[in-house]
Design a binder for this molecule. Structure first.
Ligand code: CTP
Length: 482
């Protein structure tokens, strides 16, 4: 074999080689020879393998930036500091890295350090409101192509084995397929040698989890030497690259295209806003009414999103099954007249009024106090118009300064933008949010929405996604105009 020039190799590769060589008790040159021989054997094997079983190939990058997506979970051990170096290496190798720390890990390392190195927000708490915005408790597993757990402490390994999910780390581990996990254990050598840890490791491996290390060496307690040291950052990074190369494509879910759990702007601090939501009910008698299928979901999402950006939110809502968001003033109404009575006296104090309610346009001319008995034969119902609340506001504030921004919704089944623009003009609005409710996948009861936002100056923007994400896009538009 020709002589090897190790000197010309990259420093990190050299460090990796030295470690690998030391753990096998070989010289670095011999280690390289073994690696080359293994590679040659693999090539021969794959050349003679049947055509129907091609060697796994790296799929096309699934992110817009073309980066591989790694969620790094940091357990609470003295080796947690090494995870910082791991982030640096992964990022340097071109990965998009998101970090999650256990409560104990925060005792050893600062989440901010991980944020600085990864350039991404760090997850530390399952119930963080801003993380929940983007389905935070499983967003990190939905998003990742690979989850790396380093250091994986004895406690964290056991929790993963049990399938606990009481914090962001265990919830992430529970939701990600085992074959997309790489555990790098680190613990005292006696703990590592315990039957409990051995059982845990066997169970995780049987599920398809990969592992790297631990290495042999000196423990944190200087007098202890043995197996239990976290594998070196360069080794783990190399194992990640190897693992990613074998994994099948995993498209990024549409609602996570911006990445999971991005904290939103705090751009509505103390801004008073009013949102209307839900349907109205126009009673014929105590047990019969005219209404529509609005669930209030979009209006509730708007109230929640505004609250999370710091706004003082009044939510005027018609009858709905959903629990309204906490931290907002909720005014419950039933009919269009009641909704008008709730909104009008509050309107002048608002900086923005978003009418997401599906207000009935008609009500029965009479409301009977007692349940009505059916007459013989057909009946004719006489309907009268309800007030157009939004139009009333548009006319009232037409030349007023200051005035609240007025935002309407237009649910249409045909000529959506044309009809919406006509309402924008007729009601003197600043913005109108048009949505096509002819399909089942978006609109009234759906969790997702697809909208076109038109402004009075001819501007147009389009958004789609879960209603909460759409709500944030709408507040982005509103906040720019305040
Ligand atoms: N709206 C209102 N008061 C009403 C009816 C509607 O404030 N009596 C508001 C809605 O909350 C929505 C906007 O006006 O923000 C448009 O509502 P929509 O029902 O789409 O339009 P209408 O004006 O009722 O016209 P049509 O039903 O004929 O399409």
């Amino acid at each position: 074999m020709a002589s090897l020039t190790i000197r010309k190799l990259d420093e990190e590769l050299k460090a990796l080689l030295r470690l690998r060589a030391a753990s096998h008790g070989r010289s670095v040159e011999d280690e390289v020879r073994v690696i080359l021989r293994e590679a040659a054997d693999q090539r021969e094997a794959s050349a003679s393998a049947p055509q129907s079983q091609p060697a796994p190939r790296r799929h096309a990058p699934a992110t817009a930036s073309g980066k591989e997506r790694v969620t790094l979970i940091i357990g609470g051990g003295i080796a947690a500091y090494k995870a910082l170096e791991l982030v640096r290496l992964l990022v340097k190798a071109g990965a998009d890295v998101r970090c999650a720390l256990t409560r104990a890990a925060k005792e050893f390392v600062q989440p901010l350090s991980f944020q600085a190195l990864s350039g991404r927000p760090v997850a530390t708490d399952l119930f963080d409101a801003s993380q929940e915005l983007a389905a935070g408790h499983i967003a990190l597993s939905d998003w990742a192509e690979l989850a790396v757990i380093a250091p994986a402490t004895a406690d964290l390994l056991a929790r993963a084995r049990l399938g606990l999910a009481d914090d962001v780390v265990t919830a992430t581990l529970l939701a990600i397929p085992p074959e997309r996990t790489l555990f790098a254990p680190a613990m005292n050598e006696r703990m590592w040698a315990s039957p409990a840890v051995a059982e845990t490791m066997a169970a995780l491996k049987a599920r398809g989890c990969s592992t790297i290390g631990p290495n042999a060496g000196e423990m944190a307690e200087r007098s202890h030497v043995g197996l239990g040291r976290l594998a070196e950052a360069a080794e783990i990074a190399a194992a990640c690259a190897q693992k990613l190369a074998t994994l099948a494509p995993r498209p990024i879910p549409s609602h996570l295209h911006d990445g999971p759990a991005q904290p939103r702007a705090w751009d509505l601090e103390n801004v008073p806003v009013l949102v209307s939501a839900g349907p109205t009910r126009e009673h014929l008698d105590p047990v019969r009414f005219l209404s529509n299928p609005s669930t209030g979901r979009m209006g509730f999402a708007l109230a929640e999103a505004a609250r999370d950006r710091g706004a003082r939110v009044t939510l005027v809502c018609g009858p709905t099954e959903l629990a309204p968001p906490t931290g907002v003033e909720v005014v419950r109404v039933e009919s269009a007249l009641e909704m008008q009575a709730a909104i009008e006296p509050r309107a002048a104090q608002q900086r923005a009024i978003v009418m997401a309610a599906a207000v009935s346009d008609q009500r029965p001319a009479e409301r009977a106090q007692q349940k009505q008995k059916k007459p013989d034969g057909d009946e004719h119902l006489r309907l009268v118009r309800t007030p157009d609340i939004l139009r009333g506001l548009g006319e009232r504030f037409l030349n007023a300064t200051p005035r609240p921004l007025l935002i309407g919704f237009a649910a249409e089944t045909e000529r959506v933008e044309e009809f919406a623009r006509a309402k924008l003009v007729a009601k003197h609005l600043d913005l109108i949010v048009a949505n096509d409710v002819s399909g089942a996948e978006a609109g009234f009861a759906a969790l997702e929405n697809r909208v076109v936002v038109l402004d009075k100056d001819g501007g147009r923007a389009q958004f789609a996604g879960p209603k909460l994400a759409v709500a944030h896009h709408l507040w982005d538009e509103i906040a720019r105009r305040l």
